[in-house]
Ligand binder design. Structure first.
Ligand SMILES: [Zn+2]
Length: 220
């Protein structure tokens, strides 16, 4: 088995399909939102096989937020419409943004109903090694703007869509209330803005408020 290179880039020889992995690696070193549980992994080595005990928060690494993250008795990750998690998406260039993504930044993009929108900001370049308080976030008015356009998914390249410590919670509330899936902690540092196919499925935890996903983009 030693000769197998498991990390070989995945290419489909018949279609030339190229898959870009936009998920964060999960390990004890993965950064978490301040106050969240860190990942812990305990290996149990048996005679013939290895099992591990893993502990992590539901919003660890690349993950989605379910409506039950902010609303009582709201759907959990197992009730997310999986059609929203597979299909066309657009990566928008927001690398010019200095503080928050605002309506003016979306206006020129002509956002359409049902779109999956991922935003590439400077967060991707600053990396995910150490938590930063001054990350780029989604402005509350801009969240309302996206909800009015009835997009189906919104993804951002940091641990949360909302400004840290802000009392304006619309970035979470308005999107989730309008059944827009929020995807957080995607790494777009190697992704050029443009059109892709997005795939990212949550684990089927009953009623849970969030779940890690393995998110990939497929180049068209
Ligand atoms: Zn989250």
């Amino acid at each position: 088995m030693e000769n197998l290179n498991w990390a070989e880039p995945i290419r489909n020889s018949t279609t030339g399909m190229k898959i870009i992995d936009i998920s964060l690696p999960l390990s004890k070193k993965t950064i978490v939102y301040p106050g969240d549980l860190k990942i812990s992994i305990k290996k149990h080595k048996g005679k013939t096989s290895t099992h591990s005990e893993i502990t992590f928060g539901s919003h660890t690494g690349t993950h989605l937020d379910a409506p039950s993250h902010v609303f009582k008795n709201a759907p959990g990750v197992d009730k997310i419409d999986l059609k929203k998690m597979i299909g066309n998406c657009r990566v928008l260039d927001m690398t010019h943004v200095k503080e928050s993504i605002r309506i003016v930044d979306f206006r020129k993009e002509k956002i359409k109903k049902g779109e999956r929108i991922l935003v590439k900001t400077n967060n991707s370049f600053k990396g995910f090694k150490k938590f930063r308080n001054n990350y780029i976030y989604l402005d509350g008015d801009a969240a309302e703007y996206l909800a009015k356009r009835k997009i189906s998914l919104f993804g951002i390249d940091y641990l949360t869509v909302k400004q840290k410590g802000s009392s304006d919670t619309r970035a979470h509330d308005v999107l989730l209330k309008n059944k827009i899936v929020i995807v957080e902690s995607i790494d777009l540092s190697k992704v050029k803005p443009g059109k892709y196919t997005f795939v990212g499925l949550p684990l089927k935890f009953t009623g849970l408020d969030g779940s890690p996903i393995r998110a990939v983009l497929i180049k068209k």
